[in-house]
Write a protein that binds this ligand. Structure first.
Ligand code: NAD
Length: 254
């Protein structure tokens, strides 16, 4: 039986851990050839091993998704290895310690925007240039956040970056989607059990007060996000373009 992504080549950024890793494993189990892109080499090797041990096709590429040269090299290496880029999942992202505007340094702001927004822009640009030459186009999936839909689900930089990636998604969808068979959609997860929260250091007092006032969040598993990412990558979602799919267990429903 053939999988939903049989033979398709997928670049998944930030796939050494969490949601990216779960997406890569699920895509591979559905027949995709997955390019594991992350800046953590040990995590890449572990993910590639797990996928190939399970009979999937995967290889790794070390890339800092805030660096233009790394991103250009990543897309080029994918084309050299596998001829195509059918799917790009812009998933790598970092938090901002819930810092409010006045507590955000320019350096911190630039770093969060570089990884969460500039990276997806540059990777999309490089991948779309490849997809434009493919008769069957391609698919872009961006990991946003409920922080991209509301004001205080993260700090100032994280919130701005995730609002930005939704705008980027819809711009790509509304231009290339209609004329070039390239679909772009975003996933807006709520709380998900990954390694992301382990990176929080010295969280901002006012930022935490604002987010805590919203109440507790249900926690999902990376695999629950991966299933939505599979739908968006496969032909099952052929008429879904420019959507933001909230996957938060009802967090933002009320
Ligand atoms: N976990 C949550 O609750 C949650 C909620 C909403 C949105 N998100 C978003 O989901 C995405 C994935 O996060 P996760 O929760 O799986 O976190 P995670 O920390 O488990 O995984 C993130 C991966 O990205 C990699 N990474 C970070 N910066 C990178 C860079 N500059 N270049 C290359 N790789 C880099 C890390 O090494 C790691 O492997 C992020 O964009 C995050 O903002 C997470």
């Amino acid at each position: 039986m053939s999988g939903k992504l049989e033979g398709r080549v997928a670049i998944i950024t930030g796939s050494g851990s969490g949601m990216g890793k779960a997406i890569a494993s699920l895509y591979a189990s559905e027949g995709a050839i997955v390019m594991i892109a992350d800046f953590n080499e040990a995590a890449i090797n572990e993910t590639v091993k797990e996928i190939t041990d399970a009979g999937g096709k995967a290889s790794g590429f070390v890339a800092d998704m805030s660096k233009e040269n790394d991103i250009i090299d990543l897309v080029q290496a994918t084309v050299e290895r596998y001829d195509h880029v059918n799917i790009l999942v812009n998933n790598a992202g970092i938090l901002d310690n819930f810092r409010t505007v006045t507590n955000t340094s320019t350096n911190d702001w630039n770093r969060v925007l570089a990884v969460n927004l500039n990276g997806p822009y540059m990777a999309s640009r490089e991948a779309i240039n490849v997809m434009l030459d493919q008769p069957d186009g391609g698919v872009i999936i961006n990991t946003a956040s409920v922080g991209g839909l509301f004001g205080v689900r993260g700090g100032a930089a994280y919130t701005a970056s995730k609002h930005g990636i939704i705008g980027l998604t819809q711009n790509i969808a509304g231009t290339y989607g209609i004329y070039n068979n390239i679909r772009a959609n975003a996933i807006a997860p709520g709380g998900v059990e990954t390694n992301l929260t382990n990176t929080i250091k010295d969280p901002d007092e006012l930022g935490m007060k604002a987010i805590s006032a919203l109440g507790p969040s249900p926690m999902g598993k990376p695999e629950e996000i991966a299933k939505v990412a599979l739908f968006l990558a496969s032909d099952d979602s052929s008429f879904v373009n420019g959507a933001v799919v909230t996957v938060d267990g009802g967090l933002t429903a009320s």
